[in-house]
Ligand binder design. Structure first.
Ligand code: HEC
Length: 143
């Protein structure tokens, strides 16, 4: 009996590795609007990311989630529709300054967020982009 166990275990490991390479631990979902599957987000400045994390947690996390994955009050910022080719950095500044008319989801409108400077928004965007870069995107619509 024992002599079959080792080959079976090896076959299992090989299958798992082949599956991971073929289907990609890192396979990115497709943005339904732009068709993009490659996002090429650059590594963000570490100091901006650290400060942006603090600002994001204070001003955005109550709706978009402390891990960016959304709450009952707002969508996940890791949804593929928030990739930079679809929602560029300026759309973040605009969302905070002007609010957002609901168009992708059923959470309702986002009201403007008071008290954030342009430099603050650069920090928040750096934090969001870095998290999108390291965590990858979720499909849209969510499965
Ligand atoms: C009170 C809840 C709430 C807070 C706080 C909030 N948002 Fe939102 N946000 C929403 C909702 C809801 C939407 C979805 C609108 C839709 O259906 O497209 C949204 C959408 C967005 C979008 C998409 C804009 C677009 O053009 O489609 C961005 C970017 C965004 N939020 C960034 C932020 C940032 C950055 C912060 C913190 C400074 C923040 N939000 C705080 C609720 C919130």
């Amino acid at each position: 009996m024992k002599k079959f166990t080792v080959p079976i275990v090896i076959a299992g490991v090989v299958t798992a590795v082949v599956a991971l390479v073929a289907f990609g631990g890192n396979a990115s979902p497709r943005d339904p609007m732009t068709g993009a599957t490659e996002f090429n987000i650059p590594v963000q400045d570490a100091a901006l990311v650290t400060d942006g994390d603090i600002l994001y947690q204070a001003s955005c996390a109550s709706c978009h989630g402390s891990d960016l994955r959304g709450t009952d009050f707002g969508p996940s910022q890791l949804s593929v529709v928030y990739q930079p080719g679809h929602h560029p950095d300026e759309s973040y500044a605009s969302a905070a300054l002007n609010g957002v008319r609901s168009h992708h989801w059923d959470f309702g409108d986002m009201q403007p967020i008071a008290g954030l400077s342009g430099a603050d928004m650069d920090r928040i965007v750096a934090f969001i982009r870095e998290t999108q870069r390291t965590e990858g995107f979720e499909p849209y619509p969510p499965r």
